[in-house]
Design a protein around this ligand. Structure first.
Ligand SMILES: [Zn+2]
Length: 307
């Protein structure tokens, strides 16, 4: 039917948290940093903001990248959070590594990125500090997205295809300008691995409502009111309508805003903690960072799931 009207039927852009939200989250995290850090990060805020989506581009170019963005907790049953070891080396003792990777290694991998950032601070390597800060922001942001913690990541198992991009791209794009995203000052994290798993548990507890409310609301919105069409890059694409988006966001009681704020706070806390753990190097003495553009040529052999 859609073809009959001459529309090109395409899903909305499918990137996790979406370019807009990832950028905004990393940018906001900078403002929570203490004086010793904020000067350096502010000078490079454009890099930290724009490169917040590099890890998503990397998924199509680098083998082993895709699984760093999520964890399918429900693959491990109802008590996944109790069963899964918090530490990578314990996890690979218990479960074959290829199986772990197949179901997502987000929590373990985010911690490794933090360790690498700590090393970069120790070495006062400004290029690495910036690249890893942007990456860490991305990974922590992803782990605060409920649909990054389930194998039903795009509602494909419950007839709700498209909900991934809806939750983390469409809603922030339409509504985040009204969010109040100040999260207070960055704080030291005593146990980063625990903090990561706590965030994942919190996100996962919301999977049910993310899906249920979309399903319930869809009953009140006929197809032609649930979706509308917009021009994107010269193409007419189907998107969730503004009315549906607003109704969903209201029914979710600011869940997306809350999860964005949790991401921002966590990122600022983790950047700060990495710096403390590295012995609080003086960032004013760093060389001027000229960060080389990462070459990310898509590899058609890589299978990347659509989100
Ligand atoms: Zn991602």
């Amino acid at each position: 039917m859609i073809w009959a009207f001459g529309f090109l039927f395409l899903p909305p852009p499918a990137e996790d948290w979406g370019f807009y939200a990832h950028s905004l989250i990393n940018q906001q995290a900078v403002y929570s940093l203490p004086p010793e850090l904020i000067g350096f990060y502010k000078v490079h805020i454009q890099f930290v903001t724009e490169k917040s989506v590099n890890p998503d581009r990397r998924r199509y170019a680098v083998e082993g990248e895709a699984e760093k963005h999520y964890i399918d907790l429900d693959h491990y049953g109802d008590s996944a959070l109790f069963v899964l070891p918090k530490y990578w080396f314990e996890a690979i003792e218990l479960i074959p590594e290829d199986s772990l990777r197949q179901n997502g290694i987000g929590p373990w991998s985010a911690y490794l990125t933090m360790i690498n950032l700590t090393k970069a601070f120790e070495e006062k390597n400004s290029q690495a500090i910036l690249r890893l800060s942007a990456d860490l922001g991305h990974y922590l942001g992803d782990l605060n997205v409920p649909l990054h913690t389930t194998k039903n990541y795009n509602g494909q198992l419950t007839g709700q295809e498209g909900i991934h991009g809806f939750w983390e791209s469409r809603i922030p794009e339409l509504m985040a300008k009204d969010y109040s995203l100040w999260v207070g000052k960055a704080e030291y994290v005593e146990k980063p691995q625990h903090a990561i798993w706590e965030a994942v548990a919190h996100a996962h507890a919301q999977v049910d409502s993310v899906l249920r409310i979309e399903r319930e609301l869809s009953q009140d919105f006929p197809e032609d009111q649930k979706y509308s069409y917009e021009e994107r890059n010269g193409l007419t694409v189907r998107v969730y309508s503004r009315d549906f988006t607003e109704a969903y966001a209201a029914a979710m009681d600011n869940q997306i805003e809350r999860q964005m704020k949790r991401s921002i706070k966590m990122i600022a806390d983790f950047w700060y903690t990495a710096w403390i753990n590295a012995g609080q190097p003086d960032l004013n003495s760093l060389d001027e960072a000229v960060v080389e553009e990462e070459k990310l040529t898509p590899d058609p052999k890589l299978k990347v799931r659509e989100h």
